[in-house]
Design a protein around this ligand. Structure first.
Ligand SMILES: C[S@@+](CC[C@H](N)C(=O)[O-])C[C@H]1O[C@@H](n2cnc3c(N)ncnc32)[C@H](O)[C@@H]1O
Length: 333
């Protein structure tokens, strides 16, 4: 391990803005979605380039099994690490589709924009970030929004890979306050995956905003996947504060109403949440599937057991699969 005194301090960690906010890239993609299904040997990439609490990697097979067989555009308004998005990309299910990814976390969204539009710069900057405790705390002190997009993205990925358990947590004034994580030789810069993710994201529309903005974007026949912070199963497991302000029951209710409006419009909607009684009751008009996943929220390894999770769909996944299998080949979307 290198010590901080021997480390160079690149200009982008000195706090000097290298790019004015107005010069940030547009949130609209430059091209149509481009990720063609590759040959079988190359199916492992792209995958999420950040670790994210509540990330859906453990639940992927259950989610994919309930994804509509046919759909128009794809919308993921709680994108986080985007586990399902990247899985659908790997499977070639999003090829030439209209894709909209969004999240309320502005820094996360800017990071996706940096990876989508300036991946080589992000990789270069990230490769310069050493895994070192003092250096980590110096980077943590920076104001991300005073940095240019690529430096912001490199900083975000660095803190995510080198910080404790990949947590994202900010204090009252918005400063990132996750402590340094102890790893043996962590991969800070996975250039191959970052390039694969950039290619997959090239055609995606990426927005910063709350989930309900999806109402204005999703059309009949589109597919929306909601993965909100979960309703606590018990009083003690109240892990719902991903963003400033948290995600309380009022927000869960607003989400349920958004789900209903989309379903009424003929949009295919899928939601994952905890198996809490409130969720089961609130979505009792829809299709429900209890599945189990191993969660890593608890810092004590002994307490990380399989937990029950609920998948809710506005459609019967088996019926949509049957319909697709009887349609003539030429008519498939
Ligand atoms: C369970 S995580 C999503 C995980 C993601 N599916 C994955 O695979 O990594 C929930 C996400 O919702 C975001 N979020 C919280 N409140 C939100 C809101 N009101 N609108 C949109 N996103 C929100 C958080 O920033 C977080 O990224």
């Amino acid at each position: 391990m290198t010590t901080s005194s021997t480390l160079p301090t690149p200009s982008y960690i000195s706090g000097r803005p290298s790019q004015r906010p107005s010069q940030r890239p547009s949130q609209r993609p430059s091209q149509r979605p481009s990720h063609r299904p590759g040959p079988a040997g190359r199916q492992a990439l792209p995958k999420p380039f950040i670790k994210w609490v509540g990330g859906k990697t453990q639940l992927l097979s259950e989610l994919i099994a309930r994804t509509p067989a046919r759909f128009g555009g794809y919308h993921e308004p709680f994108m986080g690490g985007g586990a399902l998005y990247f899985a659908l990309q790997r499977a070639g299910r999003l090829y030439e589709r209209n894709v909209h990814l969004s999240d309320v976390n502005r820094e996360l969204v800017e990071t996706y924009l940096g990876v989508r539009d300036q991946s080589e710069r992000v990789i270069r900057l990230l490769a310069d970030h050493p895994y070192d405790k003092d250096y980590y705390y110096r980077v943590r002190e920076q104001n991300p929004f005073a940095l240019g997009t690529s430096a912001l993205a490199a900083r975000f990925i660095y803190l995510n890979r080198a910080g404790f358990n990949g947590l994202y947590r900010v204090n009252k004034s918005g400063g990132f306050n996750v402590p340094f994580g102890r790893y043996t030789n962590p991969t800070i810069c996975d250039a191959t995956n970052l390039r694969a993710a950039a290619k997959a994201l090239r055609g995606a529309n990426i927005h910063n905003g709350s989930f309900e903005t999806v109402l204005a974007r999703a059309d009949r026949g589109d597919f929306v996947y909601f993965d909100p912070p979960y309703v606590p199963v018990s009083q003690t497991s109240n892990f719902v504060g991903y963003a400033k302000g948290g995600f309380d029951l009022g927000m869960q209710e607003k989400l349920a109403r958004t789900f209903e409006k989309l379903a009424a419009k003929g949009v295919h909607v899928m939601l994952s949440n905890s198996e809490a009684p409130w969720v089961k009751e609130r979505f009792s008009d829809f299709h429900q599937f209890v599945v189990s996943a191993r969660r890593n929220i608890n810092s004590k390894a002994t307490k990380r057991g399989p937990v029950g999770e609920l998948i809710v769909t506005s459609y019967d996944p088996r019926e949509l699969a049957r319909e697709a299998s009887v349609r003539p080949r030429a008519a498939r979307g």
